[in-house]
Write a protein that binds this ligand. Structure first.
Ligand SMILES: [Zn+2]
Length: 401
């Protein structure tokens, strides 16, 4: 599938791609409420002539804690020629700040005309990239290997769609590409792992004016533990020898009155590191700091508080070999457009983290997102269109190992 001069064919109908992205961004669809987006995608694919039997939903939403309107949308297209199956993906949900978005074009940018909302380019731009690639394959009659389109739900609230996907429905793809990022030359090949911690401190209530000495204040225990973690370099940016990580106390709730020595506090924190062993060390440092603080705060009768500590892995880190075929395919597609591919590692979680756990190494590519999760969010149109061309090159199999 090359043009007469031997160059790759990566032409996309630009105005169709842009209006598809804008139509998608206008659909409300925060996490757990993706059915409008899914229905829109299904009807566009049917309109383009995709056989209804190829389009299915899985049952991820029944396994995800907290449920959801729909499962993941998965489309399995047979190849028009032989070759390893390729998977193209982008998550359907947006963060709540994007609900009510009114996308408008302003030169090279798309923004929301509603100044109180974000745009939802994260990740409707990615969804539009994947859709454009397939719609262009059909429109231009390009041949292609077997393809899976995977549109996960609930990325923003914990990578749930990718985590709970019915993996057998994906059809054993060999090369997987996820669009969820900014510049089109970026190839994300790794991301950090994240532990969520929940800490409950039980103190002892007493009258704060009459007999404060008889109580054990749960807030004091937390304060001492957090001060200890901060002084010893376990809070915020963590650097111990050649080990790196981060941690953050994000949420504290406690207390109902100033005249009561506060008996109960709950706290939520996180710990991240690319290194799973070091990440566990951070979690251990938290546990020890809170237990130590609980032993140190005593009532006049010698009573102490207690700590209930739980930690849950939200997602594991992953790192693809820069020399692996999926990375070199993505790099080749990017180079063929005259861009210089830049391999990078992320410090946030991606659906690709769970794809790696399921045995489907996935690179994540840019699609023009800017200032995501804010009301200043915009989509950089030229970058988005480059993303569409890269996706078309990868979906058609024009770039090969
Ligand atoms: Zn995203």
């Amino acid at each position: 599938m090359t043009s007469p001069d031997g160059a790759y064919s990566h032409v996309v109908d630009e105005s169709a791609a842009i209006s598809l992205a804008m139509d998608l961004m206008a659909i409300p669809g925060r996490s757990r409420q993706e059915s409008g987006v899914a229905e829109f995608l299904r009807s566009r694919l049917l309109q383009a002539g995709v056989c209804a039997d190829y389009i299915q939903f899985d049952t991820a939403h029944r396994r995800i804690p907290g449920g959801g309107e729909v499962g993941n949308l998965i489309i399995k297209l047979p190849g028009t020629r032989k070759g390893p199956r390729r998977l193209l993906m982008a998550h359907m949900d947006t963060v709540p700040i994007c609900v009510g978005c009114q996308p408008v074009r302003d030169g090279d940018q798309i923004r929301s005309a509603n100044s109180r909302t974000g745009l939802g380019g994260d990740d409707r731009a990615g969804v539009a990239v994947v859709m454009t690639a397939v719609l262009e394959l059909i429109r231009q009659g390009l041949s292609h290997p077997p393809l899976t389109l995977f549109f996960p739900v609930q990325e923003e609230i914990g990578l749930y769609g990718a985590r709970f996907v019915s993996t057998q429905k994906l059809g054993s793809p060999k090369y997987c590409f996820n669009w969820d990022g900014s510049a089109p030359q970026f190839v994300n090949i790794g991301a950090t792992g994240d532990y969520g911690m929940e800490i409950e401190i039980q103190g002892l209530a007493s009258h704060a004016g009459v007999h404060p000495e008889r109580g054990v204040n749960a807030i004091v225990i937390a304060a001492m533990a957090i001060a200890d973690l901060t002084e010893n370099g376990w809070h915020g940016l963590i650097q111990k020898g050649h080990h790196r990580g981060t941690s953050n106390v994000g949420i504290i709730s406690a207390g109902e009155a100033t005249n009561v020595v506060t008996p109960l506090l709950t706290l939520r924190a996180e710990a991240r590191s690319h290194d799973p062993v070091f990440r566990k060390k951070i979690v251990e440092a938290y546990r020890k700091a809170f237990e130590k603080a609980a032993r140190r705060v005593k009532s006049s009768e010698g009573a102490t508080g207690s700590v209930k500590f739980s930690a849950e892995l939200k997602y594991e880190s992953f790192r693809l070999d820069p020399a692996s075929p999926v990375v070199s395919l993505a790099s080749k597609a990017i180079s063929s457009l005259g861009l210089t591919p830049e391999l990078c590692i992320g410090n946030g979680g991606l659906d690709a983290n769970w794809m790696a756990v399921h045995g489907f190494p996935t690179v994540t590519l840019g699609c023009g997102q800017q200032e995501i999760h804010t009301i200043r969010e915009s989509l950089h149109v030229p970058s988005f269109l480059q993303g569409c061309r890269i996706a078309l090159l990868l979906a058609s199999g024009q770039v090969d190992c």
